[in-house]
Design a protein around this ligand. Sequence first.
Ligand SMILES: Cc1ncc(COP(=O)(O)O)c(C=O)c1O
Length: 378
Amino acid sequence: MQKRQKTEIPFHVPFVSGEEEGYLKEVIKRGEFSGDGYFTRLSEQWLEHFTRAEKVLLTSSCTHALEMCAMLCNIQPGDEVIMPSFNFVSAANAFVLREAKVVFIDIRPDTMNIDEQLIEAAINGQTKAIVVVHYGGVACEMEAIMKVAARYGLKVIEDAAHGIGAWYKERHLGTIGHLGVLSFHASKNIHCGEGGALLINDPEMVQTAEVIREKGTNRKAFISGAVEKYSWVSLGSSYLASELNAAFLYGQLPHIEKVNAFRLSVKAEYERRLQNMGHLGYSSCPPFCFSNGHIFYIKCESEQVRDSLRQSLENKGIEAFFHYIPLHSSLAGKNFGRFSGVEKYTTVESSKLLRLPSYFGFAGSETVCAAIEEFFDE
Ligand SMILES: Cc1ncc(COP(=O)(O)O)c(C=O)c1O
């Protein structure tokens, strides 16, 4: 076995704009560190203007924003929630915490997103909501999804963790369903270390969401002078982002279009260099969406080839990662969920997928592509 080389090309390098430090110093100067302060409001207003969401609430993570969604949809024990199995664990956990049953369905092989045509067959009397994931910042077919949800009176939650600055027919991801979530984890195009946002598109949910984010209290109403004392009014938890995170994020937000444009240029460069390797598949973006280049992946002909390629890249100091182990095949997925319909693509397509390095300032596509070519030549 070859010895692992020192990492020459990391998979990701978190973006830093240079403006963050000044804003962090301002937080210290203002002496206001906990959530829902000056920088939280600035970041929320910026995001409301940019995404055109009815209301944005900054949260401590996207995972927490998803937990808020489950509470806002009033999920009760025994309710069913439909989502793709090719998925991060956070959406499933959020609904299982409310004792819902997760109903996994298959994906489309072109985008790795939920297959909108399979949703209707998975709906029954217990179904309460549909969670869609815009994988890699590439939009799901939202028109079809909203139509089927309206027909059955279901809530739609868009997991746009990957989707800042990505659009579906000129609507920002996360603003089409009833609720949407964004992630500002360090692995995302822009970030604040750990953080997220809840996008509320149904105005009737705003007040309840503010209570849920504030540990189930009406503290927000108290601060605005609407009530004399604040107290526990309903279910909630501690989902506020700290002012330090909000300030860091505020130093990143204005740079999103520059970062996304760069990542899209990396994607184009990869595609150009790999185009002669006919046996590889790539991330694809249907005409109805404008992506943000969050993920560039290739698909090998089999899991075995994918794993050998990943190992060969690692031996050359290049980090490349797979994504996700299908939830329905996991221990918790089996305990808390079931697969509805035929599982045609989820396992086989995810087992072939390999994400290549991409980040703002990345200049290694030539080296990565040469290493891939070398692997196949061998
Ligand atoms: C699709 C998806 N949803 C939710 C999350 C959770 O995001 P966070 O780390 O901000 O909680 C992730 C994390 O990468 C993700 O990929």
